[in-house]
Design a protein around this ligand. Structure first.
Ligand SMILES: [Fe+2]
Length: 204
């Protein structure tokens, strides 16, 4: 049985993210959780004919495709909401040093992160690649289209229109600028610490 559940943020709105926009966004997030549970239940029900599996069309293909669409839709939203805060957050030295090491400076990272946010159709993720231990800004055009499978997310930015249209209309850049002021760097730091340990184990 599917037992995914929502990890809801403690905030109801943020500076530059209205209560209404966040409430609508959380409805979508919950939708991905419900569908993920539904898909797990369906796959475990014994009613799907695996012998008819085909890449042109089959019920099993549809379920497998939507398992990753809804699953990543669920996890990426969870990480996105988790890495935002209403409190003032400063970049810890460890995170700043890692970003500088990988991108040549914080401003250079920010420039590329924002540009990735403008170039993508769904998500921008700053992550640590388990294979080489380096940081990358990667884009996703859909929940299940983009990224490296070996990327551990450190900082997630939602650039789907539902993430900003109610408050910003077509002005995605203004939304991204507001987002940059809402990042919970302590969350990023914890994820970075864990990702570095994972990289060590992965490449042993
Ligand atoms: Fe979203």
């Amino acid at each position: 049985m599917g037992n995914y559940s929502a990890k809801l943020p403690s905030y109801k709105s943020l500076k530059g993210i209205s209560e209404r926009m966040l409430a609508e966004h959380l409805k979508l997030y919950n939708g991905y959780i419900n569908k993920s549970n539904e898909i797990v239940d369906k796959l475990g029900s014994g009613t799907v004919d695996l012998s008819k599996s085909a890449a042109t069309y089959s019920e099993f293909r549809a379920l497998k495709l939507e398992q990753t669409f809804n699953g990543n839709g669920m996890y990426l939203h969870q990480y996105y909401f988790e890495n935002l805060t209403e409190a003032t957050s400063h970049i810890p030295d460890t995170v700043g040093a890692e970003i500088t090491k990988n991108f040549g400076g914080f401003d250079k990272w920010k420039e590329e992160f924002v540009a990735t946010g403008m170039a993508g159709r769904g998500w921008t993720v700053l992550g640590l690649n388990l294979e080489d231990g380096k940081l990358y800004n990667l884009l996703y055009d859909a929940h299940n289209i983009g990224g490296f499978v070996s990327l551990v997310p450190l900082l997630v930015l939602d650039v789907f229109e539902h993430a900003y249209f109610i408050d910003y209309g077509t002005n995605r850049k203004e939304y991204i600028n507001a987002y940059l002021g809402l990042i919970n760097w302590n969350v990023v730091e914890k994820r970075l610490e864990k990702a570095k340990k994972m990289h060590k184990v992965w490449t042993e």
